[in-house]
Design a protein around this ligand. Structure first.
Ligand code: GRG
Length: 295
């Protein structure tokens, strides 16, 4: 059995060091903005997406250093999305990663700017990555832009999610929302390392299929945790989905059926990995841990 706990710890350490290097220092002007960016970035996230980047790199024997900037870029985009998602105009939340959200700790304008600046910095991190060839950097920038924006990325998913509030939506629409909102960045995380490693077309297809299922699994478990865990454990307000009358896998299927769906989705992720041999054990362990996660 691969030691996912140890692997995740090392991944978090590596991405945190890279983020610390790339983010402007708090003592550099505008200090208030840089403090806000660092506040949210280092608030204690799980570093799930960077771990996935490193695990796929490992599968292809690509040294971790080669994807360090990409892993940091993904985490910056993710942090940008959380900062903006917590704003009063969106989810209006005052707790994230167990700490006051960016607009509560700083102010609303600064939270908007901190998100904007993290998004811009993510693309610069990849553009300046001289450990990767120019063609790969361009490909990663294009794919990250697609995974982040619209019509195929996270911003599109967020818009669809907002428009679906207070509405009855079917399973197909729910899946469409989450493929974009949560899945696109998770898919990019896995594909980015495969692209950096020069993976073959069939390897890339298997990784893409695995990551698509993993993204859906991550969202189903997120919906389950929202109703089964406490605010303390989650580090963000529990029960928020029902309060904001959101359609979720739990509201659509009920807790028990959502659990079955999660288990089936994890199996589908594992099946996608049958393309690889035992070298994919860490990716199998990530799918298993995502199904079992408690926060
Ligand atoms: C504002 C453009 C824009 C997009 C927001 C990511 C997102 C889209 C909204 C967050 C709301 C949410 C609960 C999404 C579902 C899954 C998800 C992304 C959870 C948070 O990610 P974790 O659990 O967080 O990886 P940590 O804090 O561990 O990094």
């Amino acid at each position: 059995m691969p030691d996912l706990t140890e692997f995740s710890k090392n991944a978090a350490r590596a991405v945190d060091a890279m983020l610390d290097e790339l983010l402007p220092k708090e003592n550099e002007e505008p200090k208030w903005l840089h403090s806000a960016m660092r506040w949210s970035t280092f608030a204690g996230g799980k570093r799930f997406r960077p771990t996935l980047v490193f695990a796929v790199a490992d599968l292809f024997d690509l040294p971790a250093e080669r994807v360090g900037r990409t892993a940091a870029a993904v985490e910056m985009v993710h942090t940008f999305s959380l900062i903006h998602d917590d704003l009063p105009a969106m989810d209006d939340d005052d707790l994230r990663r167990g700490k006051p959200t960016c607009h509560i700790k700083f102010d609303e304008a600064t939270a908007i700017l901190a998100g904007d600046a993290l998004l811009a910095l993510a693309f610069k991190a990849i553009a300046d990555d001289d450990g990767l060839g120019t063609d790969i950097r361009l490909k990663l920038i294009a794919e990250l832009a697609e995974a982040t924006g619209t019509p195929r990325g996270m911003v599109a998913g967020q818009q669809l999610d907002i428009l679906s509030e207070d509405k009855e939506i079917d399973a197909e629409e729910l899946e469409r929302i989450h493929i974009h909102k949560t899945g696109a960045l998770i898919k990019f995380s896995a594909r980015s390392a495969a692209l950096a490693a020069g993976a073959s077309v069939s390897d890339l297809a298997a990784i893409t299929e695995y990551a698509s299922k993993l993204g859906l699994l991550f969202q189903i478990t997120d919906d389950l945790l929202d109703v089964t865990q406490s605010t303390d454990v989650l580090g963000k307000t529990a029960g928020k989905d029902e309060e904001s009358r959101k359609s979720t896998y739990v509201s659509l299927y009920g807790i028990e059926h959502a659990k079955v769906l999660a288990a089936d989705t994890k199996e589908a992720a594992i099946v996608a990995l049958s393309h690889f041999d035992e070298r994919a054990e860490m990716l199998r362990a990530i799918a298993t841990a995502t199904l079992a996660r408690t926060a």
